[in-house]
Design a binder for this molecule. Structure first.
Ligand code: PDD
Length: 305
């Protein structure tokens, strides 16, 4: 099956799909994005991701390109046309095409790219059962990390540093010594006292959708939960550590900066949280091919070939 991408109202072959050279996303990183996991033909937390997308757009004063019902229809069409049962859907919206100028253009239409990619989850779950390594790095990003902006250069530099150190993730550390988040994940620890700790929401981190879901699961399970900043020293002394994201799910970190966390293996709580998360996906996911009601009010969705 050949891959198809949705680009500004048209479904195009993925390999030859293009955007304009003066797209402000391309020139100025003036745009936002979302990544939604697809597992067993279901989207995971679709509406929370779309809520966050709306918020990112509104914070940057970029006009939503279409109504949510229309967007949902396009997402399903992209997933269907690409035959993705396990993988992800990527959506990017930029302020559009205009002669290069830092100021917002007076007239520009929000540019949209949506594509889906297959990604077997078995290998990823096996990796989670083994655990991964993390390193710590300085957080050199801006003060609005709550916006899911496509300006990801600091994140790329730090993820590359992690890869070169043989690690999965780079935990970013603020000037005060507290961990903010991973380069593309939220960071968590389990203290020796059994408390599950993650940083509270602020402009310093992205409000991860997986983080929100896991907080819900942790509350349902009656776990001791504290949203507070924690230091690198606390992380090194923790019983367990892990990261969460739409593509990592719950990924145990068994080593940070070369030092084993807890007993150096994947902990019991991490394992239980991953199992609960996988069960949640199976139970709650939104089937991609079961939303006929949307077709009635597809609004501005264009299906031009
Ligand atoms: N990254 N923090 C950052 C900086 C992120 O980029 C991400 C997601 C998260 C976790 O958010 P969520 O649980 O909603 O995926 C936290 C995506 C997956 C990416 O850039 O590919």
């Amino acid at each position: 099956m050949s891959r198809i991408a949705y680009v500004n109202g048209r479904y195009q072959p993925h390999g030859s799909a293009t955007v304009h050279i003066e797209d402000r996303g391309y020139q100025l990183a003036d745009g936002v994005y979302e990544v939604v996991a697809i597992v067993g033909g279901k989207m995971v937390d679709e509406d929370p991701h779309l809520d966050r997308l709306d918020r990112s757009l509104s914070e940057l004063r970029i006009k939503p390109p279409m109504a949510r019902a229309a967007l949902k229809l396009v997402m399903r069409e992209v997933i269907r046309r690409n035959g993705v049962r396990d993988g992800l859907i990527y959506m990017q919206m930029t302020r559009g095409v205009a002669p290069r100028d830092h100021k917002f253009p007076k007239q520009a239409e929000t540019a949209v790219v949506i594509y889906a990619r297959r990604r077997p989850i078995a290998a990823q779950i096996a990796q989670a059962r083994r655990g991964v390594k993390a390193i710590t790095v300085p957080d050199i990003r801006w003060d609005r990390c709550d916006i899911k902006s496509i300006a990801l250069l600091p994140n790329c530099l730090m993820k590359q540093r992690a890869a070169e150190a043989g690690a999965y993730e780079a935990w970013q550390v603020a000037a005060d010594g507290t961990v903010t988040e991973g380069s593309s994940t939220n960071a968590w620890i389990v203290t020796k006292a059994g408390e599950l700790v993650t940083r509270p929401l602020s402009d310093a981190i992205l409000s991860g959708i997986t983080r929100l879901t896991l907080l819900k699961i942790a509350r349902e399970q009656g776990l001791k939960l504290v949203e507070r900043p924690f230091t690198v020293a606390e992380a090194l002394a923790a019983r367990e550590a892990f990261v969460t994201s739409a593509t990592s799910f719950v990924m145990p970190c068994i080593e940070i900066d070369g030092k084993p966390i807890g007993n150096g293996g994947v902990g019991l709580l991490c394992t239980a949280l991953l199992d609960h998360y996988l069960a949640y996906i199976e139970r709650e996911g939104e089937p991609v091919d079961a939303v006929p009601a949307l077709r009635a009010d597809a609004g501005t969705a264009q299906a031009a070939e």
